[in-house]
Every structure is written in structure tokens, then in C-alpha cells.
Write a protein that binds this ligand. Structure first.
Ligand SMILES: [Mn+2]
Length: 321
């Protein structure tokens, strides 16, 4: 397990203890790790320091996260008074400064910034960085801080950290080592009702799930079934939940499929592309459309083109692979 730097931890504790106002935020359109890490840290501060920090977000929160504990404690940035500087701003799981969005004025004015992140980032914004690139989730770092500091916690904290870790590791599939499993094992022993917690995330609107199923049923296959291309029409796009992760998931379960492309007609003159390779890289395909991402999961935004045209280009790019 990652060894928390005692000196840094003491500075963090000191900053919390002496702050009269604290704001905590993650990245825009928060995912399970970002949102739950923010709420877990806020609850830990409340329990251990008797002070409730302000939790802020920008963008949309997925329906799957509507039932997480303490969901009501995170506020849309437009409803937060950002005129007065906060003594302490804590930014969790943010990636890079471009992903902060609306709450940025809080960071511009804050008297002190602490960051807690597991993303690789060459221009850090924290004056104190409790980062760990080997952590599988920001929730894992929060857990390590909690343990190293000997903080008290409750079932809400334990449940939030569990959701953070399980979602960011894709139910442990992307775990970088055994630590996330050990932490969740510990949290379950501490009282997390894992079955009820995960079931509470089955909360998508019917329309959204049925749209996914409809898009999947119209998938086209190329190169002896190795390439699957699905398209979300402009009409269906508004029913899509998030990036269409479920569609990509279902198609990746098909025997023989090696590459999956989802073409999303987001609006007039804008097409989003999600590209996945099951075991082979696809980031060069995204780059051909001016996009990027990870080796096996990449994307792009295409302007001034039709979905039919984009599909034809994609099929050509995969020729010979
Ligand atoms: Mn994360």
C-alpha cells in the first residue's frame, strides 16, 4: 500500500483545522469516483473536525449516481457564492485544469489549494499535492488518508468510497494491483451493504435503456465481424446516458468483435466518436479525426460531416488491421 507522507498529511490536517471555510470539488460531469470522493471527504471532515465543507460540481450527474449517500450535499456551482475567497479549496480527481469548469473562480481566489488525484498531470494546481498515480481511484487515496490520519468514519463514507473504487476500476477490471479489492473488502466488513448499494445504481430512465438496446440492434459489422459500428441518431442522442458506455459494453461481449465504434450524432454539424479496442490499440484512429484518449479507449469530435461519411471513413481506417 502507498505510504502517506507524514509531513504532507500533517500540513493537510492543519489546513483543515485552521480553515473557516472549505470548498471541495472534482471534475466537470463528475463520474462515480469524482463525486463520491468529494462527498466522502466532506463527510470525513464533518465527522472529525465538526465543520461541513461546501461541495461543488459543474455539468451533469448520471442517473446511476442519484441514490448515493449524501447526494443532496453537492451543489451546482451556479448556486454557490463564489465571491468570497475560501480559506481552503480541495480539488479531487480532477485530471487537468481544463476539467474543472464552473467552480474555477473558487480555485482562483482560494487562500490555499490541496489536490488529491490519481491522474497523470504535468501542471498541478495544488500548493499541497496528495497525489498517487498508482492509485486505481481517487477514493483509494481518500481511504489511505483516512487510515493514516486515524479518522473516524461512518457507513456513508464507507459506501461512497466503495462506489468510487468500484466504478473507477470498472468493477475491478482495471485495478492496477490488489489494493482496491483489499480496501473494498475492508469497507464491506465495516458495514457496507454492497448488494443494496450497487443495486441502487440501477436507476436509469427506461427510455435511455431502450434507446441503448435499439442502437445495439442496428449495429453493422465489418471485416468478418471484427469491427462493430453502431450509430446514435440525432433524435436518439438526447436519451443517451453519458457516453453510451452500455452500448460499447454489450458490443464488446460479442465473440470475434475486436473493435467497437460508436458514432453519436450530437447536434447539427457535430458528431462524437467513441472507439474501443478489446485488446488492440485504437488511439491512432481517434487521432485521424483530431481526437485522442487512452490506448484502448479513445474518442473524437467531428464537425461538418455526416454520420454516413464518418462511418465510411472509419471502415476504411480499419482496413487491413
Ligand atoms: Mn478517478
Amino acid at each position: 500500500m502507498f505510504a502517506m507522507n507524514e509531513n504532507e498529511l500533517n500540513i493537510f490536517i492543519d489546513k483543515i483545522r485552521n480553515a473557516k471555510s472549505i470548498a471541495i470539488m472534482g471534475h466537470k460531469n463528475p463520474d462515480g469516483d469524482s463525486l463520491c470522493s468529494v462527498l466522502a471527504l466532506a463527510r470525513l471532515i464533518e465527522i472529525n473536525f465538526g465543520y461541513r465543507p461546501v461541495c461543488v460540481y459543474d455539468g451533469n450527474i448520471s442517473d446511476t449516481l442519484e441514490n448515493i449517500p449524501r447526494r443532496g450535499y453537492v451543489k451546482y456551482y451556479g448556486r454557490v457564492d463564489m465571491t468570497e475567497p475560501f480559506d481552503l479549496a480541495i480539488v479531487v480527481d480532477y485530471g487537468t485544469v481544463n476539467h474543472i469548469g464552473g467552480p474555477m473562480p473558487i480555485l482562483d481566489k482560494a487562500k490555499f489549494i490541496v489536490e488529491i488525484d490519481h491522474h497523470k498531470n504535468d501542471s498541478k494546481m495544488g500548493q499541497l499535492c496528495l497525489d498517487d498515480e498508482n492509485a486505481s481511484a481517487a477514493g483509494e487515496i481518500i481511504y489511505n488518508i483516512m487510515r493514516a490520519a486515524g479518522w473516524e468514519y461512518d457507513t456513508d463514507v464507507a459506501s461512497l468510497l466503495t462506489v468510487a473504487i468500484i466504478t473507477d476500476t470498472g468493477h475491478f477490471k482495471f485495478a492496477r494491483n490488489g489494493t482496491p479489492m483489499r480496501i473494498v473488502g475492508d469497507l464491506v466488513d465495516a458495514g457496507v451493504r454492497i448488494r443494496a448499494l450497487l443495486d441502487s445504481m440501477n436507476n436509469r430512465p427506461r427510455k435511455s435503456v431502450l434507446t441503448d438496446a435499439d442502437v445495439v440492434s442496428k449495429t453493422q459489422f465489418y471485416y468478418h465481424g471484427r469491427l462493430a459500428v453502431a450509430t446514435v441518431t440525432k433524435h436518439d442522442y438526447r436519451n443517451l446516458d453519458g457516453r453510451g458506455e452500455m452500448i460499447l459494453n454489450i458490443l464488446s461481449q460479442i465473440k470475434g468483435v475486436e473493435y467497437i465504434v460508436l458514432i453519436k450524432h450530437q447536434k447539427e454539424n457535430q458528431i462524437g466518436l467513441s472507439i474501443r479496442g478489446r485488446m488492440k490499440p485504437v488511439n491512432d484512429i481517434a487521432a485521424a479525426f483530431g481526437g485522442g484518449g487512452h490506448e484502448f479507449a479513445a474518442g473524437a469530435v467531428v464537425r461538418d460531416d455526416t454520420p454516413e461519411n464518418v462511418q465510411a471513413k472509419i471502415v476504411e481506417l480499419f482496413r487491413g488491421r
